[in-house]
Design a protein around this ligand. Structure first.
Ligand code: MF3
Ligand code: CO
Ligand code: CO
Length: 256
């Protein structure tokens, strides 16, 4: 036992509802489904599993999840847009259960996608996992950014600067900011009990982003493809715990 075991148990429960929501929706990601239908199914699933959706009514946001297609970096708003063969899609789910938050996103492929899109998705996932693997007390926030940036830039991709990971527990977004670029051995030191997200947004082209007039949708300025993965994690005495791992082992497409 330690002074954060109760907090971690609540994070586990919330994280599990969020990751199971993504597991549930996976079979439905096919040409013809609208992002609005995806939103409704996630809303119902979270409710049926004892939680509610954090984005709904958050700062005026009117949907339950974010659906970010192709050149959308993040915060894509579910709509009557139907998924089409060749699309890549990020679905970002945040569930609140007993006042605690689980925040996670994954990439999905609609039918057959380009080699470039596959490489972008794989690299984004691997960059997140490389950063997670170095987590332990004494590691620093800059080490996380360094792992992600060095890995994806080597592949010719770029790290979005305008959005970052965040502390999370019984509030949605709290300190610290977790940047996805940076230098080794810089920034705040990690301590047992800390809980935060790592959620790199990686562009196939340049890193600059642009906000659409709806006030939410962030897109790549050069219209290149963008991918994102997100886990909610905690720092333990000698390492880390991932609260939002897929129960079904879903990491990267293809999932079947
Ligand atoms: N889930 C996002 C994150 O990772 C935040 C979405 S806020 C919303 O922090 F309002 F756009 F849903
Ligand atoms: Co987040
Ligand atoms: Co999120």
């Amino acid at each position: 036992m330690n002074n954060y075991s109760e907090k971690f148990e609540k994070m586990r429960v919330a994280g599990r509802v969020a990751s199971k929501t993504l597991d549930m929706i996976t079979d439905h990601i096919k040409p013809g489904i609208t992002t609005e239908k995806i939103d409704n199914m996630c809303y119902e699933f979270i409710k049926d599993n004892g939680g509610h959706s954090a984005p709904l009514f958050y700062r005026g946001y009117k949907k339950s999840v974010c659906t970010s297609l192709n050149h959308v970096i993040c915060h894509g708003i579910p709509s009557d847009r139907t998924l089409e063969e060749g699309d890549i899609l990020n679905i970002d789910v945040t569930a609140i259960v007993n006042d605690y938050y689980g925040d996670t996103s994954r990439m999905f492929a609609v039918g057959e996608i380009s080699v470039k899109a596959k490489n972008l998705i794989n690299s984004t996932y691997e960059s997140m996992m490389n950063a997670i693997k170095i987590l332990k007390p004494g590691s620093k926030l800059g080490d996380i950014g360094y792992e992600i940036q060095s890995y994806v830039e080597e592949k010719g991709f770029s790290v979005v600067r305008d959005f970052c990971g965040h502390g999370i527990s019984n509030t949605f977004h709290e300190p610290p900011n977790v940047l996805h670029y940076g230098k080794k051995n810089t920034g705040q030191e990690l301590k047992p009990g800390m809980t935060f997200t790592i959620e790199p947004m990686i562009n196939a082209g340049k890193y600059e982003s642009k906000l659409l007039k709806d006030g939410w949708t962030a897109v790549t300025k050069d219209k290149s493809l963008s991918a994102q993965y997100e886990h909610t994690l905690g720092i333990t005495e000698n390492g880390y715990e991932i609260f939002t791992e897929s129960v079904k082992g879903y990491t990267k497409p293809p999932y079947n």
